[in-house]
Design a protein around this ligand. Structure first.
Ligand code: MG
Length: 258
């Protein structure tokens, strides 16, 4: 069972592996298009357009892709507005990547928060229960909080060191230069994003930087989406129906928040 301050996103079908490709989320896989804490989905953009393809390559090479993110802003309100925004951002990000992604969110300043190892320990407990032994030499962790001048902390580099994983900065790992990171589209002239680059059009407004894949569905078309609204009182079976629908549409792949 997850702990009271841990949020976990898992997608069934993401097999355990001896190799873990672990990532921080904010500032590593995404950047913020706002000056403060993100309050809506359109405050998020991909760190760079190359990120989904790189993660898909890792998956194809046998890595399990895991996100470890400190989200202290949630402060234990696991179903609150901030939590919903972060969950939506993770779902949006995962929707850009054609590979299973497991995510762990620490929501308080406790033993789960990086650089403490609580989130990693949860992953290890599940992995070992599946009879899989992780090879730390083959695994790695990518994060932007490395204690450099201007970094908000050194939580990521300490987290990797405490686990014993090789550590990479996102710009190094994704081999993205400063010029490349400020990817296409017109600047808005409204300041800079969380990484100090000129703000550009939101990623989902015109879809220019979103690679979200439409899946063919019965009665639908490749490239189109399906919007299903489920209305009912709590406990009436909405979530159960949605999971069964996802399973039917995507084979064995279902997803859930716990
Ligand atoms: Mg970060």
């Amino acid at each position: 069972m997850p702990e009271a301050s841990l949020i976990m996103r898992k997608i069934d079908g993401g097999a355990f592996s001896t190799k873990i490709a672990a990532f921080d989320f904010d500032g590593t896989l995404n950047r913020w298009l706002c000056s403060g804490w993100p309050s809506k989905l359109t405050d998020y953009a991909l760190f760079h357009d190359c990120v989904p393809g790189k993660l898909e390559e890792l998956h194809q090479s046998g890595y399990k892709i895991v996100i470890f993110t400190n989200q202290n802003g949630i402060r234990g309100a696991l179903d609150g507005k901030k939590a919903q925004t972060v969950k939506q951002a993770l779902d949006w990000f995962a929707g850009n990547v054609d590979a299973p992604i497991e995510a762990y969110l620490s929501t308080k300043r406790d033993h789960l928060r990086k650089p403490s190892l609580g989130m990693w320990d949860h992953l290890m407990a599940r992995t070992e229960a599946a009879g899989v032994q992780v090879d730390k030499g083959e695994s790695f962790y990518v994060g932007d909080a490395a204690g450099r001048e201007g970094d908000h902390s050194d939580d990521d580099v300490k987290f990797a060191a405490a686990i014993g994983l090789p550590f990479h900065l996102p710009e190094t790992f994704f081999n993205v230069s400063k010029a490349e990171r400020a990817h296409g589209g017109q600047t808005t002239g409204k300041g800079t994003d969380s990484l100090g680059y000129p703000l550009r059009a939101p990623p989902m407004g015109d879809g220019s930087s979103s690679r979200k894949r439409g899946r063919p569905i019965e009665g639908g078309q490749e490239g189109s989406g399906l919007l299903v609204l489920l209305c009912g009182i709590p406990g009436s079976g909405k979530s159960t129906f949605a999971l069964r629908l996802l399973t039917a549409l995507e084979g064995q792949k279902t997803e859930s928040w716990v």
